[in-house]
Design a protein around this ligand. Sequence first.
Ligand SMILES: Nc1nc2c(c(=O)[nH]1)N[C@H]1C(S)=C(S)[C@@H](COP(=O)(O)OP(=O)(O)OC[C@H]3O[C@@H](n4cnc5c(=O)[nH]c(N)nc54)[C@H](O)[C@@H]3O)O[C@H]1N2
Ligand SMILES: Nc1nc2c(c(=O)[nH]1)N[C@H]1C(S)=C(S)[C@@H](COP(=O)(O)OP(=O)(O)OC[C@H]3O[C@@H](n4cnc5c(=O)[nH]c(N)nc54)[C@H](O)[C@@H]3O)O[C@H]1N2
Ligand code: SF4
Ligand SMILES: [Mo]
Length: 718
Amino acid sequence: MSRAATHCPYCALQCGMYLANGAASGTVQVTPRPAGSNRGGLCQKGWTSAELLTSTHRLTTPLIRWRRGDPLEPASWDEALSFIATNLRRLQGDHDTDTVAVLGGGGLTNEKAYALGKFARVVLRTKNIDYNGRFCMSSAAAAGNKAFGLDRGLPFPVSDIAEAGTVMLAGANVAETMPPFLQYLSAQNENGGHLIVVDPRVTETARQADLHLQITPGTDLALALGMLHIAIMEGYVDRAYVANRTSGFDAVRPIVMSYWPERVERVTGVPASQQREAVRLLAEVDRALILTARGAEQHAKGVDTVSAFVNLALALGLPGMPGSGYGCLTGQGNGQGGREHGQKADQLPGYRMIDDPAARAHVAAVWGVDPTTIPGKGPSAFELMDSLGGDQDGPRALLVFGTNPVVSAPAAARVEQRFRELDLLVVADLVLSETAALADVVLPTAQWAEEDGTMTNLEGRVIRRRRLRPPPGEVRTDLEILAGLADRLGCGGAINPDPERTFAELGRASAGGVADYSGITYAQLDASDGVFWPCPGPGHPGTPRLFLDRFATPDGRARFVPVEHRAAVEDIDADYPVYLTTGRVLAQYQSGAQTRRIDALHTAAPGAFVELHPDLAERYGIADGDDVRVTSRRGTATAPARVTETIRADTVFMPFHWGGAGRANTLTNPALDPTSRMPEFKVCAVRLERVAGRTQREAGAAADAGAFEKLTTAEVHG
Ligand SMILES: Nc1nc2c(c(=O)[nH]1)N[C@H]1C(S)=C(S)[C@@H](COP(=O)(O)OP(=O)(O)OC[C@H]3O[C@@H](n4cnc5c(=O)[nH]c(N)nc54)[C@H](O)[C@@H]3O)O[C@H]1N2
Ligand SMILES: Nc1nc2c(c(=O)[nH]1)N[C@H]1C(S)=C(S)[C@@H](COP(=O)(O)OP(=O)(O)OC[C@H]3O[C@@H](n4cnc5c(=O)[nH]c(N)nc54)[C@H](O)[C@@H]3O)O[C@H]1N2
Ligand code: SF4
Ligand SMILES: [Mo]
């Protein structure tokens, strides 16, 4: 095919794009393609995405480290798959089947996420599989399930945002994390709508807001409780809606009575007048939307925080009303589908729970196995990573598909150490990521332009990824890799390397589940702009708007969930007197494994930095561009200072896209939410020291050049 109509490989907006083989040999051209979610917009990452297809950083053959301490060396597929199979069999024979663990990612297609879950349960017979969505979506997902009985990030199409009278974004910096999303906010603004942004920083998104609540990190829960207090006191509660469509309000009301505005101001730093204004803006319009993202969710109280925002939305009568509601902005390309089809420790395909006997029986029948052979629930991603290695009596082998935890996991130095203690680490990736660089076997995998499949975007819209051309040389797709491994492990046929057939099997496995894909076919997706799940059975048109008549709870009512505020797990004190929060910049994606290797993106954002307020900088004698040493109870990171008035004076911000000295996750707190097991990425306590006065550019360039040199030459010979 000379042109493929597909979607961007990165975030959950899944902007439409055409890919075409370019005039220069090997190159691929990207052009924007209007699709339901982006209407023709692309950000810089999308525009430059094809460069990685032909990059010299790309892995082209399997690599094996024959002995510990040796470098990785090129090998054949036969050698690599035999090496893995022999070692897995040996380890499972010496220990038990759970000694092999698997980590997946929310960037994998639905087909690959499904196959990975099946591979773990059917081929490896291990309970130890989880994925990076624990670091991303899990808190909003858990709160959505509690309140609505179902978790679909946006229960309505993203275009509804343009029609809303008021939009509140809690902890979302869409101007950098989903730039084409801004067109909906601009349209909303032109329609006379209002925007409220809750963020400790004056981000590009906050600049567009009518009302910016510059909150203390880790206090959104108190803010949401306080806003509900105000809604009750000022008579904004939609009594008819609460009576007809919800349950549990009476348990929530007495709790929020003690969150009066002045108390909430002391906790959050948000003036009482602004709290009142925010409630008024949400309550006095016809259509209002409350949206959360990682700023509010990535906390050890992330689930309760989202529940508090949902409670507010319910009291105002928003969810399930046309054009109104609560939604969570999903992050990764397939963050939504990736949490529905069985790569999560407690799940089977179709958003079924693994400890539900009926779910096990249904999926076992599709898989052709005895239900008793499907393992039970395993630990969450961080707990799994933290249990690895012989010293821990945990899993001794780990297979990684589509995540780079050495950069992205909390307390990353500890996680890196656990990975080093493994007997066998296998990483399938496009490039030699920081995690792949530690592996015993690295498997080169195809990129998005080289494979077919489906993704489920932030709206719950299932869309097609289409192949432009085959992968180069020896590179294989993830499905082919899993099928090859299954074969070597004596389970030939368990994994189908063909995406369309795998999707049909996924459909059968999901039938009757919450996320029912059984009616969706590639033909239907090809003839449309995607299909919103649930789509139970052939000919079903899909479900763009959920909850219009009833919620997915047994009685059809949404549930208020009583929650209380609590402080950050690690608050500031005399030794660690400054809050650290972390997040993203426009030009880098996630662990940076892909985007740091694209020239234009590297130039736009060449390295880590520490954003801090002039008052704080003065206190420590730090000037713009100076190297700053940031220390938490987990470790120390060093990066150049960016002195700016756009951040609170008690807080520093670091992006998490880099490994090495500037790795923000060396500092972060792995304290977990009790329900979602989400780590507290967005707040911990640190202290600062000025190291040296170098210019920002020199420091960033030096750190980054060093990191690449290590990865591309010292680690790989041949
Ligand atoms: N450029 C780019 N875009 C991306 C990604 C990327 O890596 N790079 N990743 C994708 C993925 S997987 C995700 S999950 C999304 C994430 O998208 P976002 O959630 O928008 O991204 P973040 O930068 O992590 O966090 C958003 C904001 O939360 C603020 N914040 C920090 N602490 C708090 C707090 O305690 N309360 C509140 N209210 N706000 C706080 C930060 O200052 C930041 O501006 O982005 C997706 N899009
Ligand atoms: N401090 C801090 N840490 C964070 C966050 C934060 O806000 N602050 N955010 C968290 C969030 S929301 C997320 S989602 C995580 C993300 O963190 P990661 O999971 O590390 O994200 P990526 O960089 O997308 O990792 C994907 C890896 O898989 C490779 N890859 C891409 N596509 C494929 C494929 O199809 N198959 C295979 N086999 N490999 C592929 C890429 O090259 C890359 O190495 O980070 C979390 N960590
Ligand atoms: S907004 Fe997201 S999906 Fe769209 S081009 Fe940028 S990274 Fe790709
Ligand atoms: Mo994410």
